[in-house]
Design a protein around this ligand. Structure first.
Ligand code: FE2
Length: 241
């Protein structure tokens, strides 16, 4: 099936939301509380975080998270039968791709933007989203869940729950992200009085060629907007008149 929903914000807010590593902890605390209550293992929530600009505005970050993954990481909140089916998926990946790559695919999470508006979240579920501009301040989002056709019914149910509880239009995350994007858009309406959006976090380290601490930098948003300006043929240093 397909989800179609709308957000009162410019379409660029969705890819920028997906690659913003700063907002997860403050924005999605409700989801972390839900994980704790259902019995998931709650170590340091987001860790071993790596982000990369792949060129031409394509961006990705990869990290370790507390949630289980039907793609290949069991969770104490799920039944032994479901966790056994997930371990079988994991073994399949390790056998086919080798221990290192197989483990990385099974266990770790990725948020990927294919510039400009195709989004693949390989997180507690795997979803594909497209942000379509309808007007300057309104977008429609189409979302699909990506899953194997041969899931046993119990695993398919867990996979659907994983997708819906975080990324569903009425889940624990999408309404929070929507609120953030719509609030930002209301701020952008004041562009004559406030013509700048500050994406400078971590820029000194980036310009110095040094390491920018993961999740504490706007590096990915800068990569996205620089690519967008290049695409439009605009001088990135021009001031608004
Ligand atoms: Fe979010």
């Amino acid at each position: 099936g397909t989800h179609l929903y709308a957000t009162r914000a410019n379409w660029k807010m969705l890819p920028v939301n997906v690659i913003d590593g700063n907002h997860f902890m403050p924005t999605h605390v409700t989801y972390l509380q839900y994980l704790r209550e259902r019995g998931s293992e709650m170590k340091e929530p987001i860790r071993d975080f790596h982000e990369a600009h792949l060129g031409n505005g394509h961006t990705v970050f990869e990290y370790e998270a507390p949630w289980g993954r039907p793609q290949g990481k069991p969770d104490p909140a799920w039944s032994d039968a479901v966790n056994g089916q997930i371990l079988a998926r994991r073994e399949e990946l390790l056998a086919r791709l080798g221990p290192e790559l197989g483990d990385r695919i099974a266990r770790r999470n990725r948020n990927l933007v294919i510039f400009p508006n195709l989004i693949i979240n390989d997180i507690m579920g795997t979803t594909i989203r497209v942000a379509e501009p309808v007007s300057v301040d309104y977008m429609e989002i189409t979302a699909w869940q990506f899953c194997p056709a041969d899931d046993p019914p119990e695993l398919a149910r867990v996979r659907n729950e994983q997708f819906l509880t975080f990324l569903g239009p009425g889940g624990f995350a999408t309404p929070d992200d929507t609120e953030g994007m719509e609030a930002s858009q209301r701020g952008f309406a004041c562009y004559r009085e406030a013509p700048w959006v500050n994406y400078s976090k971590g820029i000194a380290a980036e310009l110095a060629g040094g390491y920018t601490r993961p999740g504490e930098s706007d590096f990915m948003m800068r990569a996205f907007f620089n690519a967008w300006q290049e695409y439009l043929g605009i001088d990135r240093f021009a001031e608004a008149s």
